[in-house]
Design a protein around this ligand. Sequence first.
Ligand code: GTP
Ligand code: MG
Length: 555
Amino acid sequence: FVRRCTTQASNSDTVETSEPEISSSGDNHDVPRPGVDLRRFSDIQEERRQEALRSVLVRHVGKATEDELAKFCSHFGEVKSSFTYGNQELYTLLEYKSKGSVHSLLNTAHFRSVLEVLPYKSRLLSFRSSSWMNSTSKKSSVGDMTAEQKFSILATKLCAAQSMEEQMQVLVRETQLSEGETRLRFLVCSLVEDAITGYFPGCIVHPFGSSVNGFGNKGCDLDMYLNLNVEEHKPKKRNSFPRMEYEVKTVPTERAATQNLLSTVGQSLGEFVPSCRHVQYILNARCPLVKFTHEASGIQCDLTSNNSIALKSSELLNLYSRIDPRVPPLVYAVRHWARMHHITSNMPGGWITNFSLTALVIFFLQYTDKPVLPGIDALKELADKADTCVLEGNDCTLVSDLTKVPPSGNTDSIDDLLLEFFEFYSNFNFKSCGLNLRTGEIQEKKNFDALYIQNPFEQQLNLSKNVSMHHMEKFVQLAREAAWMAEQPDFLQPEVGPKGGVTPWGLVSILSGYNRRKRRLMDQKEFTPIFDSIKSGNPKRNSSHGNVGPRIHIT
Ligand code: GTP
Ligand code: MG
């Protein structure tokens, strides 16, 4: 998918790299978090946004090459970086050093010479080289790989690792969003923002969710939050006269206003904005949204408005992803495991969402004997006055300076932590206990929800309310299987199979459920429904693994 990403450090100095290095700013480099971007989340977001505003996305028509495009575009200013991707068609995301260069380039662009066009000027362009008339299309017959084919390639790489710890690191490297893909996501937000700015000057379209929370997978959806950025639009009670007021349309509720806004924006995207297609309106959901495909980037987009708490939740996850280097490999492993075993899905329903899975990992890391992660209340304690944040009446204050968070005293390896995770939830009393990420403690459950994870910022809500009993039972059953597999003597031993390849071991066994059939045969008599087998009452932590209740032993 990704062909090349180049960054131009200076006029003469071009560096070619697929993953430009992350740099830290200020005096933060003494903190023992090597390789971690220590800047504030809001600063990282703003830098990416500015980068996107200086960028254009260009489709190569016919045989137009990257070099021809680079040469053409350099007439309008210094190109800071470029990133070319695509199979059937090539696209280049090109970042200029200054915004003025983008305007100069746009001023020379033409509308295509066909009869009827909607003359919308966007930063999504096509480049035809002088030889385009003689060229044949670059379309390739290679279709998309199936999930099985993709996993088979990944499994081969994982099986070639030297340890399970290395397997977990390889999983992150192979599946996480690359630098270029992240840039593309910010640019798509910026292009959508351009379209909405006509109605609402000053609006901002922010990416949130897995595109920015540190746990994004290649191909994950792009969650967008439209902030109209209109300050103080609520009437002030005490105001002096004479005064000027805006003439406005009135709507019965804030929700109706959001629905109207998204409906109008969705229609404009579908009608006028190049590459935005298949617009679907899901306006009656708890959080109304518009779904569409951005074809040039191949990204599925979910646009919401009035959803600032979700952006804050992404900041929270992003903070946790950087506090301890063991967090990303654990979250990626658990998310991948859940996807492979079909207990999570992008479709709405009773599945355990990636958001809930991440919360399960974070809670485990907070609750374990020697905590790896602090609770949210502790992160709030470390906050500056400038970090104070109240959204829709909820205190969402979080520390923004990562260097203030003390490193954990827990030294367990990531593979041990993953196995402890499975043991912990194999025996967790989901029937009467809920998870509180603010305190990092178990709390008594007051309802019959299959999984109760207190929403970190809207504390009266359960962020896993959608999860069905069926999926929860499946989650626990699979966690037990994973824990059981890890206890087998040959779990970490790669073996050469009958056809000469290496049979699954370590993480690959867990992800693929290899050995499961064997386990079923052995375990048929012992299996009892999960919720009956769990002891009621307040669970106690196990001294060695921080797990709840007895360890399972299957003989
Ligand atoms: P992907 O599955 O990779 O897209 O992960 P994601 O973290 O982006 O999840 P998703 O696209 O489903 O949701 C985007 C954001 O919406 C999350 O990061 C949360 O902030 C919020 N969100 C998603 N699901 C829930 C939920 O069940 N409850 C609550 N309260 N918020 C949710
Ligand atoms: Mg998402």
